[in-house]
Design a protein around this ligand. Sequence first.
Ligand SMILES: Nc1ncnc2c1ncn2[C@@H]1O[C@H](COP(=O)(O)OS(=O)(=O)O)[C@@H](OP(=O)(O)O)[C@H]1O
Ligand SMILES: [Mg+2]
Length: 347
Amino acid sequence: MSYHKELAAAKKAASLAARLCQNVQKALLQSDVQSKTDKTPVTVADYGSQALISFVLQQELRAEFSLVAEEDSKDLRKDGAQEIVERITKLVNYSLTTDGSYNVTLSTEDVLKAIDSGRSEGGSQGQHWVLDPIDGTKGFLRGDQYAIALALLDGGKVVLGVLACPNLPLTSLEDAGQHSPNNEVGCLFFAEVGGGTYMQPLDGSSAVKVQVSAVENPEEASFFESYEAAHSMHDLTSLIAQKLGVKAPPVRIDSQAKYGALSRGDGAIYLRFPHKGYREKIWDHAAGCIVVTEAGGVVTDAAGQPLDFSKGKHLDVDTGIIVTNQKLMPLLLNAVKESLKEKAPSS
Ligand SMILES: Nc1ncnc2c1ncn2[C@@H]1O[C@H](COP(=O)(O)OS(=O)(=O)O)[C@@H](OP(=O)(O)O)[C@H]1O
Ligand SMILES: [Mg+2]
């Protein structure tokens, strides 16, 4: 089965959302940042990106679809939120007008409904779109890396993924993920099952096929991890890297831009070990996972099991998520096993 039409729709939706996010990041106002009930930040760009993507999918697919997405309109429907909803609506309409493909103006209610179309729970049956409208909101607020991540599940498997990374350099990440003024930025990674992974500039020029690093010697490998120490245990990953023989320091960048960078061989390993009690969400990994696997990489949990996207909104992973090429994976699994044993509290 081919997913060409869905992939074209996803690329269009993610590219438009990336432009919206870039506009907001350029002129981020203090009032644009709200705090969600779980105290994580959310901005007008997160909501605008979700509304825009939901609207574009609806226009392009012209059929009912199921969307599992990070945001909902609950906080936006509270008293006092009218101004922020109007700002989101303006952002969405501005993006639609400048693109010119759709001759519409959305009302605030249209925007709230579009955000809420992302309320599906996913699962193993049928097709479900999976969206993180801004992955790495903290990176977005810092002016660093973030991604718009959109994937499609069919029968519980990821069949396509698109990652828009507006601040990722088009060449390689030589400068540890920081935004360099001399380096052109803005990458769109996309993959369809069985079709390989491609990267193109977000401005739409031609795509190139990408491949993960072919490094076989861990001493020559570098590894990615979360920028935020709260999102991944840096002491554990440093032990794993040491056991593996990795010499380079960790490259810490936000969001699934890590999967994108790895898919084109910027680094060979991605280690993610959240603190105890955190449950991974499917929208934080679905697009990144297919972008890496179609580029020849492997994504598993710490026990070497593939990620299972068929269980609803959450991923039930053993301890952490590890990503590398096929040659390095057995060595990495060993290093992870030994490090976890060493770090385990003795009973
Ligand atoms: N406690 C904890 N542990 C692990 N992961 C968490 C945690 N809290 C949040 N998140 C999710 O991490 C997403 C950000 O991705 P990263 O961790 O790769 O980026 S970062 O470098 O840490 O910013 C981030 O994505 P966004 O919410 O879309 O920004 C979260 O879904
Ligand atoms: Mg998000």
